[in-house]
Design a protein around this ligand. Structure first.
Ligand code: SF4
Length: 363
């Protein structure tokens, strides 16, 4: 790295998967390139997993990030923010952004606009958040996200809970985290059992939503921590993202979901990757995604196939069901701001390269 007077002109020598490039700070900023950071644990895990050639794409930068078209807020997070840091898109759920940091930075992240940089979208005032939630009895659960809540200290998480636990109509507190893949030893913290106990004592369920995209990410340490947390009454769900070159293979995803099931983590969402600027090269077409989801279901037992293939769209969470013989993609709203839409099946004509609802013609 070479120092110059103008920080935006500072040059960085960066190692991409394809080549090493010299890139100025301003080019990194204009292209919204997420900082590079990977934990030692994850680097070692993917090296010994036998899947390095797939898993490297999760954390190693690619030159494709400069070319991938898209936008930075594909599901309308800004429009659904009701007080700084709190989104209220669906009546029952509050989404609370508690940090902009993560254990490592996923190259496909849909919150590239936030992670790894100072962001004003992180909740600055939990008292204000709690006042909003208290006025909304329809909200039954809050999801702590970001960034990754488990990069925060347990003391800081407890301070956030001080504001949430007195609210009677919240029945569960969810934590969305990839730390069980990136740094599972975070969960050895001797202060954590008391945090989960507090949630129980407040009459609420603690739920951890893990983020395993690939069976090679589920280390023996992660398995050990999940089993230990389950014995403390923590419920587990998993969300994964369907990623080109990483897990766009029914055998891999079936193995991932079967492993999750084995350790007591319920596969819950398989997300269609979003058309995010700098990350849309991870998208697979809807046609291929449907084929993969079908292949996964063919390989799993009835009790293991608990996942939904979901597009988290501006208009709601849309389950992608099938591509019919009539050439139409069949879908159903799993969640929507418009309650009448939920559960209704609808279809659009399929066009070959479509990766998102907006790529499908209306009629
Ligand atoms: S852990 Fe989640 S929020 Fe953080 S970079 Fe990965 S996908 Fe984004």
């Amino acid at each position: 790295m070479e120092a110059t007077a103008n920080p935006l002109c500072r040059a960085h020598v960066l190692k991409f998967i394809e080549e090493t490039r010299v890139v100025s700070e301003s080019v990194l900023q204009v292209n919204n390139i997420t900082p590079y950071h990977v934990t030692k644990f994850y680097r070692e895990q993917i090296a010994k997993s036998g899947y390095y050639d797939q898993l490297k794409y999760i954390v190693e930068p690619s030159v494709e990030e400069f070319e991938s078209p898209g936008t930075l807020d594909t599901s309308g997070e800004h429009d659904n923010t009701v007080v700084p840091g709190l989104q209220h898109k669906y009546p029952q759920t509050g989404l609370l952004l508690v940090t902009e940091r993560c254990g490592s930075y996923c190259r496909y992240c849909f919150r590239k606009r936030i992670v790894g940089k100072a962001s004003d979208e992180i909740a600055p005032d939990f008292d204000r958040v709690a006042k909003y939630i208290a006025r909304h009895p329809e909200m039954t659960n809050v999801l702590l996200s970001g960034g990754d809540p488990f990069v925060l200290s347990t003391a800081k998480l407890n301070k956030i809970l001080d504001h949430l636990l007195p609210i009677n109509h919240l029945s569960s507190i969810r934590f969305g985290t990839k730390m069980l893949a990136y740094e599972p030893r975070r969960f050895e913290d001797s202060a954590l059992p008391a945090l989960f106990q507090r949630i129980h004592e407040a009459g609420k369920s603690p739920i951890i939503v893990t983020h395993f995209d690939h069976v090679g990410e589920i280390s023996s340490d992660a398995e050990h921590e999940v089993r230990s947390l389950r014995s403390q009454g923590v419920q587990f769900l998993n969300q994964a993202v369907l990623l080109a070159k990483v897990n766009d293979d029914p055998k891999i995803l079936a193995a991932t979901f079967a492993k999750c099931h084995e350790i007591g983590v319920r596969p819950y969402y398989l997300f269609q990757a979003r058309p995010v600027k700098g990350a849309s090269h991870f998208q697979v077409t809807l046609g291929r995604g449907i084929e993969i989801a079908r292949g996964v279901n063919q390989r799993l037992s009835g009790i293991e196939k608990t996942f939904k293939y979901i597009m988290s769209h501006y208009s709601g969470k849309i389950e992608i069901l099938d591509l019919g013989h009539d050439g139409r993609v069949y879908m159903r709203y799993h969640q929507s701001k418009v309650p009448e839409k939920i559960g209704r099946i609808f279809s659009r004509p399929y066009v070959g390269a479509a990766c998102w609802l907006d790529d499908l013609p209306e009629q």
